[in-house]
Each structure stands twice: as C-alpha cells, then as structure tokens.
Design a binder for this molecule. Structure first.
Ligand code: AP5
Ligand code: MG
Length: 191
C-alpha cells in the first residue's frame, strides 16, 4: 500500500490535485472536508456537531476526526493506498493516523506540501465563492481558516520533516504543471 498526505493551506489545491493523483495511481482519495460537508448535509449527529466549527473556520474537534478516519480506513482495507486530503491537521491527528496505520502494518510514505502565497489563496477562494458558494468561502471565514492553518496546522510540518517524509512543491501555476511536479515526486517512491 502506498499512502500519502496532501498538505497545505485553504485554497492551495489539495482537493484538485488529490483527485488527479488518486486517479493516476489508483489510490483512494479521502477528503475530511468533503466527508464533513456530507455529514452536515445529511444532518447526522456528527454533522450537527461539526457545522458550527466549519462555519467559523475553526477545526472540528480531533475526537470526531479520529473516529471518521478510523471508520474510513477500516472500510477500505483492500485499496492500493490512500491520498489523505486535509488530514491530519493537528499533532493528535497525525499521531493517531500513524498508530492506526501501524496496526495494519502500514505507514505514510510521503507528505506533499503545496506552497502558495496568501494573496493567491484568498483570490482563489473568493473566486470559488462566486462560482460554487461553499458556505465557508466568505471573506471573514477565509481569514479565519488561514489563521487556523498558521496556528494549528502549519506546525505539523516539523513533525513530518523530522520523519523525513516532507516534500514541498510550489503550488502556483497551471493545474497541469503542478500535477506533473507532484507525479514526479510520487514516482520516486511508487513507480
Ligand atoms: P477543507 O474542505 O479541507 O478545506 P480547506 O483546507 O480550507 O481547503 P479547501 O478545500 O478550501 O482548499 P484545497 O486546498 O482543497 O484547494 P482546492 O483544490 O479546493 O476543510 C473545511 C473545514 O472542515 C475546515 O475549515 C474544518 O472546519 C473542517 N475540517 C476538515 N478537515 C479537518 C480536520 N482534519 N480536522 C479538523 N477539522 C477539519 O482549490 C481551491 C480553489 O482554487 C478551487 O476553486 C480550484 O479550482 C482553484 N485552483 C486549484 N488549483 C489552482 C491553480 N493551480 N491555479 C488556480 N486556481 C486553482
Ligand atoms: Mg479541499
């Protein structure tokens, strides 16, 4: 199994690139944002708990995320590997994921960080707000999501760097060009 994490701030292109990577390398794409939005839409208990945090641009509590992940990993025992998109976002989540995978004798092989400047991130999300109307793409929530990223998620880069798994890719340019750079990194590990 080949497991990788797509890492980066809101609007970096994690979702866009994860889908392409999953298709090209026959991996299972897991976006915790998409899973949570689906729970909110279904008005499940988990969705009701998550909604307030998401609408404020704050992280949903670790316990909820760890439960979701556990379920998804268990339901997908026979896939070639996972592309984790938007998870882990805290040290607790990262340690839980490592332990969860270790129990199945698996591990994260690679963490791909998409590096994009703040002006570009805001432009992309503001543009998406008009195109798609995701409820957290409002200017004040975008600002909060970026802050949350810097304060709570970005510090995780040290964790991955210490594990020797982190590769940073410049995330500005055409979507195709960025995909090519990411594919090349993956092919070093997963030909
Ligand atoms: P989540 O859904 O993960 O949102 P996010 O991290 O804020 O990131 P986005 O999905 O907005 O951006 P992306 O990096 O996927 O970029 P995309 O490809 O869409 O999380 C939402 C919320 O859920 C969180 O705030 C939190 O509350 C909760 N949550 C989720 N996971 C959690 C966790 N693990 N723990 C706790 N809480 C959690 O691209 C963005 C836009 O740019 C698109 O319109 C795209 O078309 C465009 N674009 C992409 N690439 C390019 C390019 N190269 N050039 C120009 N435009 C581009
Ligand atoms: Mg996304």
């Amino acid at each position: 199994m080949f497991n990788l994490v797509m890492f980066g701030p809101p609007g970096a292109g994690k979702g866009t690139q994860s889908l392409r990577i999953a298709q090209r390398f026959q991996l299972k794409h897991i976006s915790t944002g998409d899973i949570l939005r689906e729970e909110v839409r279904r008005e499940s208990l988990c969705g009701k708990l998550a909604r307030d945090y998401m609408d404020k641009g704050m992280l949903v509590p670790d316990e909820i995320l760890v439960n979701i992940l556990r379920q998804v990993v268990e339901e997908n025992r026979y896939v070639n590997g996972f592309v984790f998109d938007g998870f882990p976002r805290t040290l607790v989540q990262a340690e839980e994921l490592d332990q969860m995978l270790e129990r199945e004798k698996l591990m994260i092989k690679l963490v791909l960080e998409l590096e994009v400047n703040e002006d570009e991130l805001v432009n992309r999300l503001v543009k998406r707000a008009t195109d798609q109307g995701r409820s957290d793409d409002k200017p004040e929530v975008i600002r909060r999501r970026l802050e949350t990223y810097h304060n709570q998620t970005e510090p995780l880069l040290h964790y991955f760097r210490n594990q020797g798994k982190l590769v940073t890719v410049h995330g500005v340019g055409t979507i195709d060009h960025i995909s090519d750079m990411l594919y090349r990194e993956i092919e070093k590990f997963h030909p």
